[in-house]
Design a protein around this ligand. Structure first.
Ligand code: PGA
Length: 254
């Protein structure tokens, strides 16, 4: 069984002013540095313009910095886009297929798959987000939706690349709503995700993939997800905007 290091990632979304971002990053880095032992990897994912200043603030700590999205192409006439090639020297992780990108900005499974390729091509670790809407859940389709999202994104990838991917299960109805999935639901979906990855890339890759739960994670409920056998951490939105709550979630990971 490969060791899967827990990952606690804070997705700041389109929040924070510059001074708030650097202050938050400083508090997280100080909190991590002050702790004697931190099992989990700690990742902050600020908005694009704050990536460089946040990197400067956390330099010398064990806090990693990621990006919230990237372009399909590496360079060219794509006004406003930021490529994985540009982010690679700055970020260890790039989030792909977040439900807000899929549902607010219309990113299809094909676009998500192309972006995932861009991230891997540039040597960055993708955090691939998957999850069903409430309508799909009520229609009994949650498992099939997540299977389709995983197969579409990872289907064409070499097995060794798949082993390094992080998958975040984020049911759309749980994001920013204060209504988290139950640990049982999260465990069932993590099982579905691992089975789907095993089908595509074999059991070794499947047991190496880290699976995060995301959707209304807070200090009170984090332990019930992170303690599950198949869940290797959390993708945290709202609760990552306060250093204390984010650090408490980090503590829940051991
Ligand atoms: P939330 O967001 O923790 O605010 O629900 C999670 C996410 O969107 O990754």
């Amino acid at each position: 069984m490969p060791e899967r290091r827990p990952l606690i990632a804070g997705n700041w979304k389109m929040n924070t002013k510059l001074d708030e971002a650097t202050k938050l990053a400083r508090s997280v880095a100080d909190g991590v540095t002050l702790r004697e032992k931190v099992e989990a990897e700690c990742l902050v994912i600020p908005p694009f313009p704050w990536i460089v200043p946040v990197r400067e603030v956390v330099a010398g700590s064990s806090v990693a910095v990621g990006a919230q999205k990237c372009a399909v192409e590496d360079a060219g006439a794509f006004t406003g886009e930021v490529s994985a090639a540009m982010l690679a020297p700055l970020c260890g992780y790039i989030v792909i297929g977040h439900s807000e990108r899929r549902h607010v900005f219309g990113e299809s499974d094909d676009v998500v798959a192309a972006k995932l390729q861009a991230v891997l091509r540039n040597g960055v670790t993708p955090i691939l987000c998957v999850g069903e809407t409430l309508e799909q859940r009520d229609g009994g389709e949650a498992g099939a939706v997540v299977e389709r999202q995983i197969s579409s994104a990872l289907g064409e990838m070499p097995e060794d690349a798949i082993a390094g991917v992080v998958v975040a299960y984020e049911p759309v109805w749980a994001i920013g709503t204060g209504r988290a999935a139950s640990p049982d639901d999260a465990a069932r979906m993590a099982d579905t995700i691992r089975a789907t990855v095993a089908h595509i890339a074999g059991s070794q890759a499947s047991s190496s993939v880290r699976i995060l739960y995301g959707g209304s994670v807070n200090p009170a409920n984090a332990g019930s997800f992170i303690g599950l056998e198949d869940i290797d951490g959390a993708l945290v939105g709202g609760a990552s905007l306060k250093a204390e709550s984010f650090l408490e979630i980090l503590d829940a990971a051991g």
